[in-house]
Design a protein. Structure first.
Length: 179
């Protein structure tokens, strides 16, 4: 880039076509140089989003919620920063599973002792903890590191249509129209 001070000093000597070419080149470089915007926790704009899980398929709901939590829908997405939205899910007990998954899908856990592996079907888990299926599905779609743990704290799964975040004025999103 040509310094303006240098141009003003040498303008009387170099007033030919070379100076005009240098100015054109400088203008072209200014229009082509874009800055990559990298978000940080101070510049991130976090919104509140409400998703109704009634009659939604579990995996499709979880993938959309994970995208919103991660912030992949934003133009200033930065992979190592929590730039996603706060997501509230209501009616978590009214999700759908396709096929025979209510009886065939198993959730496995281990106590840490020999022979301590336990399994639960989706139907049993829904009867015991209705929101746990949605939480487990979304958590499995987030990064497996400290950032993933931080993102998971921005998720609020509620059984029933009531939630305690009315003061944040969440924006309702219809997952059927996103696709």
């Amino acid at each position: 880039m040509v310094n303006q001070k240098i141009l003003s000093i040498f303008a009387p000597r170099f007033s030919g076509p070379g100076v005009k070419q240098l100015k054109k080149q400088e203008d072209r470089m200014n229009t082509l140089s874009y800055k990559t915007v990298s978000a940080n926790k101070n510049t991130v704009n976090k919104d509140w989003v409400l998703i109704d899980a009634e009659n939604q398929t579990l995996g499709r709901l979880a993938s959309e919620a994970a995208k919103l939590l991660r912030g992949k829908h934003k133009t200033n997405f930065t992979p190592h920063v929590d730039c996603g939205d706060n997501v509230i899910i209501i009616n978590a007990e009214k999700i759908r599973l396709t096929g025979n998954k209510w009886d065939a899908k198993e959730y496995i856990r281990h106590s840490g002792y020999p022979g301590g592996q336990r399994s639960t079907t989706a139907r049993e888990l829904m009867a015991k903890k209705p929101g746990a299926m949605v939480e487990k599905a979304i958590k499995g779609m987030l990064p497996k590191n400290r950032l993933g743990s931080q993102l998971f704290r921005n998720l609020y799964v509620n059984v029933g249509s009531e939630h305690k975040h009315e003061a944040q004025k969440p924006k309702k999103i219809n997952l059927n129209t996103i696709r």
